[in-house]
Structures are given as structure tokens and as C-alpha cells.
Write a protein that binds this ligand. Structure first.
Ligand SMILES: O=c1ccn([C@@H]2O[C@H](COP(=O)(O)O)[C@@H](O)[C@H]2O)c(=O)[nH]1
Length: 236
């Protein structure tokens, strides 16, 4: 799918970082038709949330399974093969060559799209250095994007700050999915490489991942709708 073909409403992915299936279901009910794409990560997946993938898909919603897999290639390949049967649209793996290669093999010809996490959006240069990396954020993101493209990965998770440069490298063949989205005035939390929804879309992001600014709002539906309005305006 080219960026122009993505429905504006599908560009917002709400992260269901909630403690139980009941809490997730209550949020989904509250958001109603205003949200079409959800992300399920560790918190919900390990609280019994995996069957929600198929349930949401049956209701016409899309699901991004954010499991950030990383293991020896064979284990990743076998795990991804199992995940192809859950009904998710996107699955994340860390952007290490063996991991990405295993994920592409496991995905095979299924409709599951593999996203490689380049550098987590809560990391800055100091955090990378402390973790033992020589390269800075933009160099590491770029190197991993190039490896991901060669290995046949479908898209990248990056901060909106890297989107402009990544587009030049990977063109429109890969989806660019950006967490680290903060509507003006919302708390940053532990995110370090952030942008507002409109700036991220203008920079060229395909999808915006938003968790706490929606989940912790007094009126989550109103916040989701305000983000949709920003996206639509930025798309012109
Ligand atoms: O680099 C990354 C990769 C994944 N995430 C995930 O996105 C959401 C963001 O939630 P907020 O509450 O809007 O900060 C969360 O589920 C992360 O695990 C990321 O933030 N950065």
C-alpha cells in the first residue's frame, strides 16, 4: 500500500497499554468508531490479550502486535510463523540482522507485515552510549534501515525525527511507523525523540502510535478525534 492509499483514519494507532482485557475492552468501547487501528504490546499480551487480536480483526479493526521479538534466527522464524495465524497486520522485531532474517522467513507469503524497531524513541545519544553503542541515534537508525531494506522487512519503527532522512533512503517501499507522538501540551513521560501529530505527518510518517495521551485523557475519544483532525489537516 502506498502512503497515499492509507485512509487518514487508519494512520492513528492507539496503543492499548492497559492491565487487563476488560480494561482494554472498555477503552475500545469508549473509542468506538473513532479508532480503527490498535496496538497490543507486552502489558496486554501477557495479561491474556492475544485472543483480542482475532476478535478485533473480526470486527474490522487492524491490530499492530508490538512484541519486539529478538532471539536466534530459527526461534524468531518459528515464533513469527505461529503469529501469522493470529490475524495481526503488523508485528515488531528488533532490527538485528539474524532476527530480521528469521522474521521475514517466518512471515513467508502471509499478509502479516514485519516492522523492525530501529532505535527506541525513549533513547537519546547518551542512552545509546550507555548501552555500549559506538554510533549515534541517526547513524544507527540509518544503518539498521539499510539492513532492514536489504533483508525484505516491510516497515520501520522510528521516531518522527528520523522520518525525513529515512524516506530518502527507503523511499515509499517501507512503512514508517512512529511512536514518540505528543499532542501539544501533553506530558512527554519517558519518550525522548518526540513530535506533535501534525509535524510527524508533515515529516512523512505513515502511521502515528499514541498511548498515554489518549489512554490517560479524561475523554480519550475527544483526544483521538483531535489527533485525526490534526492528521487530516497536515495531509491537506
Ligand atoms: O521505539 C518505540 C517502539 C515502541 N514504542 C511503543 O509505543 C507506545 C508509545 O506509548 P506512549 O504512551 O504514547 O508513549 C508504547 O506502547 C511503546 O511500547 C515506543 O514508544 N517507542
Amino acid at each position: 500500500m502506498t502512503p497515499a492509499e492509507i485512509a487518514p483514519k487508519d494512520r492513528l494507532i492507539v496503543a492499548l497499554d492497559l492491565p487487563s482485557v476488560d480494561a482494554a475492552q472498555a477503552t475500545i468501547n469508549r473509542l468506538g468508531d473513532s479508532v480503527t487501528f490498535y496496538k497490543i504490546g507486552y502489558r496486554l499480551a501477557y495479561a491474556g490479550g492475544l485472543p483480542l487480536v482475532g476478535k478485533l480483526a473480526d470486527k474490522g479493526k487492524k491490530v499492530f502486535l508490538d512484541l519486539k521479538l529478538h532471539d536466534i534466527g530459527n526461534t524468531v522464524m518459528q515464533g513469527v510463523e505461529s503469529i501469522t495465524r493470529l490475524g495481526a497486520t503488523f508485528l515488531t522485531v528488533h532490527a538485528y540482522p539474524q532476527t530480521m532474517k528469521g522474521a521475514v522467513e517466518g512471515r513467508g507469503n502471509s499478509s502479516l507485515k514485519i516492522l523492525a524497531v530501529t532505535v527506541l524513541t525513549s533513547y537519546n545519544e547518551d542512552d545509546l552510549h550507555a548501552a555500549g553503542y559506538r554510533l549515534g541515534v541517526s547513524e544507527l537508525v540509518e544503518a539498521r534501515a539499510q539492513q532492514a531494506q536489504v533483508l525484505g522487512i516491510d516497515g520501520l519503527v522510528c521516531s518522527p525525527e528520523e522520518v525525513g532522512n529515512l524516506r530518502k533512503i527507503v523511499g515509499h517501499q517501507m512503512s514508517l511507523v512512529t511512536p514518540g507522538i505528543r499532542p501539544a501540551g501533553s506530558a512527554t513521560g519517558d519518550q525522548k525523540r518526540i513530535m506533535t501529530p501534525s509535524r510527524a505527518i508533515t515529516a512523512g510518517a505513515d502511521y502515528l502510535v499514541v498511548g498515554r495521551p489518549v489512554l490517560e485523557a479524561a475523554d480519550p475519544k475527544a483526544v483521538a478525534e483531535a489527533i485525526h483532525a490534526e492528521i487530516a489537516q497536515a495531509l491537506g
